[in-house]
Design a protein around this ligand. Structure first.
Ligand code: 9MR
Length: 569
């Protein structure tokens, strides 16, 4: 299998901020510098220079040069870059390149919703009946029993977002997703230059209710997470069920309302419980001005969850519980404890939570690893919140410094990388959802910018976007509808256009998981065996391990697009 990677000059196919960094990569046999020309939309050469040979890039196995044309600062559309006889795909130079991506990346969530009809008037081409509201052939999610032997009650766990392209709803990837959405909103309270999130921004059913749409969207998930808590009086009361999904996997395509399989609650886990504690505590402070009763309910649930997790610190989701849904197993919960304590402290200011934070081994550990942030690794989210949200934490200055140190590490990785990636995993092995790892490392750089105001960090974030939007070995944008060639066939049971042309493709602004070196699905095994890192990707709906969409990957995309939307010139 040889993918068509188009012209050998690789650029951000959406564009570059007019006054920001402008870098490209050329795949070439040449060992010495090559001349390049920047051509504007009317065909005139407006800048030129020489490339920098970078040798063989390990993430692609290619001999490459980089081109830096940051010195050119005239906004316009339809630029191309020419080098080594090749013309890049077109791109813009502009000050407002990321506002629409921010909105689209957030609009992604409404049609991921379970338990509500998706309206044609709000999402033309994406209307569908409500999924899992207990209407046949669905069996859930309004009255859902446990797996046999797990509990003797049923729960109404309606609402929430489907996690990805499947019909499951999982607390730990829901938790990080809703956290990052609420975090993007909270940032605007403490960062003066940040663009506000507004009511009416996302064309959702709640638009016009006086609450910023991003919070309304987050609440749809929070209500689900709250419903997953074990009721008072039951065994493990206050703990949170790890997930709800079908007893068997469904096939593709299958719209949510047509799913006939039995829905089941899976056992409570300490990880899920701490996810509720963290996010409900965070929701409590953010919703307080809009809905004090909901804020209070959230805080009560967070406290109850925390107490339950402390009482049951080691109830782990099973790695083999992966029939009909993902396992989402995690056997190291020190980071989840740190995160939950952090959010409870930031909301309440109470000493026991503060002391737990200060005593956590993760409070001072170097947590800025390549795969620093994911559904199973949340310490950095806590550390960044402690750095950003005002509090009387005694060592807050050191916490802020540690974020800057982490960001510097990612920036150094980026500067050494011929494709400008702030991600160089051990042994060159890109992980499942690598696009989101890149974006999450960018969130650290963005936070360092919020702390220091140093340009190098915002420039690092902008360069990270270049990789996501086309400056990469495959010459593809990993965001649907952004760039001349973008991922279109992400694994999904309802955006299954590739299998049934009557169904839509994923909406604009949908991030693909991206290269995964571990070859974990049949299509990857058939077509990608032996691939080098960046090449371990295929835009095929069956490749769930390289090309799925998820709520926890679109969240850092939205966060970063919102950050960059505020950096226009
Ligand atoms: O995103 C998850 C990734 O980190 C794991 O390595 C992988 C295998 O356990 O599972 C991914 O999550 C998938 C989940 O298991 C099922 N629904 C789709 C998720 C995204 O591919």
């Amino acid at each position: 299998y040889k993918p068509d990677t188009g012209p050998r000059v690789r650029v951000n196919q959406v564009g570059y901020l007019t006054h920001g960094p402008k870098n490209a990569t050329v795949v070439t046999e040449a060992k010495t510098a090559l001349p390049w020309q920047l051509v504007n939309g009317s065909g005139t050469v407006v800048a030129s220079g020489l490339s920098t040979p970078r040798g063989v890039d390990v993430s692609s196995g290619q001999n490459v040069h980089s081109i830096d044309f940051s010195g050119y600062v005239v906004a316009g559309a339809g630029y191309t870059l020419v080098a080594d006889g090749e013309t890049s795909r077109p791109f813009d130079l502009g000050g407002n390149l990321y506002g629409s991506l921010r909105d689209d990346a957030l609009k992604f969530y409404y049609p991921q919703r379970s338990g509500i009809e998706i309206l044609e008037s709000l999402r033309p081409g994406y209307a569908r009946p409500a999924g899992h509201v207990g209407v046949s052939p669905n069996t859930g999610d309004t009255v859902v029993p446990c797996q046999p032997g797990v509990c003797d009650y049923t729960l109404n766990v309606a609402s929430g977002w489907y996690d990805a392209g499947d019909h499951g709803k999982y607390v730990v990837n829901g938790g990080i997703s809703v956290f990052q959405l609420m975090n993007a909103f909270e940032r605007t309270k403490y960062v003066r230059a940040a663009q506000p999130f507004t009511d009416g921004q996302l064309a959702i059913p709640e638009s016009g209710n006086g609450v910023p749409d991003i919070l309304d969207e987050a609440r749809w998930e929070m209500e689900f997470l709250l419903r997953m808590q074990v009721p008072a009086g039951k065994p493990l009361a206050g703990m949170v069920h790890h997930k709800v999904h079908d007893a068997e996997w469904t096939g593709l395509p299958l719209l949510p309302h047509l799913d006939p399989k039995r829905r089941e609650l899976h056992p409570p886990s300490t990880a899920a419980t701490l996810n509720l504690a963290a996010t409900a505590a965070q929701a409590a402070r953010l919703f307080a001005p809009y809905d004090p009763a909901f804020a209070q309910r959230s805080l009560t649930a967070a406290r109850t969850a925390w107490a339950a997790a402390v009482a049951h610190p080691a109830i782990y989701a099973s790695a083999s519980d992966n029939i009909g849904g993902g396992a989402y197993e995690d056997f190291d919960l020190r980071d989840e404890f740190y995160w939950a304590a952090t959010e409870l402290f930031l909301t309440t200011g109470e000493a026991p939570f503060r002391d737990f934070v200060l005593g956590s081994p993760l409070h001072t550990a170097d947590i800025w690893t390549e795969q620093g942030i994911s559904w199973g690794a949340v310490a950095a989210l806590a550390r960044m919140d402690l750095a950003m949200v005002p509090s009387n934490l005694p060592d807050r200055a050191a916490v802020r410094q540690s974020v800057v140190a982490g960001a510097t590490k990612y920036l150094n990785t980026l500067n050494a990388h011929p494709y400008g990636l702030p991600y160089a995993p051990a042994d060159n092995m890109f992980v499942w959802g690598s696009s989101s790892q890149v974006l999450n490392n960018m969130v650290v750089m963005a936070t360092a910018y919020d702390i220091t105001g140093e340009r190098r960090f915002v420039e690092g974030v902008a360069q990270g976007m270049d990789y996501i939007l086309g400056r990469n070995a495959l010459n593809i944008s990993y965001v649907t509808g952004y760039g001349e060639v973008s991922s279109q066939n992400q694994h999904s049971r309802w955006y299954a256009h590739q299998l049934n042309p009557a169904l839509p493709r994923p909406p604009r602004g949908t991030l693909s998981g991206g290269p995964n070196s571990y070859i974990q699905d049949p299509i990857a095994q058939q077509k990608l065996t032996g691939c080098v890192a960046q090449f371990c990707y295929i835009d095929d709906i069956e490749s769930y391990a390289t090309n799925e969409l998820t709520i926890n990957w679109n969240a850092p995309l939205a966060w970063i697009a919102a950050f960059l939307a505020g950096q226009g010139d």
